[in-house]
Design a protein around this ligand. Structure first.
Ligand SMILES: Cc1cc2nc3c(=O)[nH]c(=O)nc-3n(C[C@H](O)[C@H](O)[C@H](O)COP(=O)(O)O)c2cc1C
Length: 307
């Protein structure tokens, strides 16, 4: 598929997930067949301040080309400044977050709060389109407290978005209930730009259901937690999954940029997800939670997987 001037091989995208989809995880997912990936959401404002931790979110690797950076914020002038930064030159697509439901984001009028203010959202998009040659895509929900997805997505198309991703829930619904596939199908039917469908895809059945909406590509989020190989499964590729190798690769890649102290805390949630469906994993999970040294965590896991 083509987004703006960017060609993407394949139709299975890895969702941006804050504090989860680090560059290493994304690289592994891409190796398992994810066709496209995004940085986790990055504050446009913090970028313009040159914040060190924010810059770390921009780490990417060659295998991710093409890749998108996802920005959040609600001030068009800040977006304009952020787009001028050299730091963004390695990204082929700029994605705007207009769907995040987190209270700390919404209270600053960012993320899904922009779906309550269509004028402000359109001004942000117009400004971004005007200030970069790169395709601008937008990730949305159905709306904030009600479904406004048709009007909102038409506005996005009319103002120069090159594609949209739609998660079929409102902000108020958060993650409850089931994704609204009918609403996604309606949006797809009335837009010319590519539409990426998102929500609740965890296996081939849910993938088929999402595909029936007619969307151009499908984005997988929570289904990839601890399972970056889900993309190979969804592509029905015959693969042998070696979790120990995946964990090792994840940590080795992180070690190229971060200290063991940082990784030992950060990686814990990933390790628990990797261990989720492992038989007799409970004892190991407990040991992992209590262990402070990354090397010791690796030893515990090596013993578990190699036994
Ligand atoms: C832990 C977590 C972090 C997330 N962070 C982001 C983010 O940074 N940007 C974004 O657009 N969506 C974010 N999302 C939303 C996902 O991209 C996706 O839209 C949502 O999880 C629904 O898809 P799923 O049912 O496949 O998980 C996040 C979701 C989770 C669970």
């Amino acid at each position: 598929m083509v987004i703006g001037n960017v060609k993407i091989e394949g139709k299975l995208f890895l969702a941006p997930m804050a504090d989860v989809t680090d560059f290493a995880f994304r690289q592994i997912a891409r190796e398992f067949g994810a066709s496209f990936s995004y940085t986790e959401m990055v504050s446009a404002k913090a970028l313009t301040f040159g914040n060190r931790k924010t810059k770390d979110l921009l780490i990417t690797s060659e295998i991710e080309n093409p890749v998108a950076v996802q920005l959040f914020g609600s001030d068009k002038e800040v977006f304009k400044k952020a787009l001028e930064l050299e730091d963004l030159s390695k990204f082929q697509i700029i994605d705007l977050n207009m769907g995040c439901p987190a209270p700390k984001i919404v209270k600053n009028s960012d993320g899904s709060a922009l779906m309550k203010d269509i004028k402000k959202a359109s001004e942000i998009l117009q400004t971004c389109v005007k200030h970069t040659d790169k395709p601008i895509t937008v990730k949305i929900r159905l709306g904030f407290d009600k479904d406004v997805s048709l009007d909102f997505s038409k506005m996005l198309e009319d103002n120069g978005a090159s594609a949209i991703t739609i998660h079929g829930r409102t902000r108020e619904e958060f993650y409850s209930g089931k994704v609204n596939l009918d609403a996604i199908a309606k949006v797809k039917a009335c837009l010319k730009i590519p539409v990426i469908g998102n929500g609740d895809v965890v296996d081939n059945k849910t993938l088929m259901e999402m595909k029936e909406t007619g969307v151009d590509a499908v984005m997988v989020g929570r289904g990839a937690l601890g399972k970056p190989y889900i993309f190979s499964e969804l592509l029905q590729k015959d693969i042998v999954v070696n979790k120990w190798d995946i964990i090792n690769q994840h940590i080795l890649l992180l070690r190229q940029h971060f200290s063991d102290d940082y990784i030992s805390t950060y990686i814990k949630k990933h390790l628990l997800w990797y261990l989720k469906d492992e038989p007799c994993g409970t004892k190991v999970k407990l040991q992992i939670c209590q262990e402070k040294s990354l090397n010791n965590c690796l030893l515990i896991l090596q013993n578990f997987f190699k036994k």
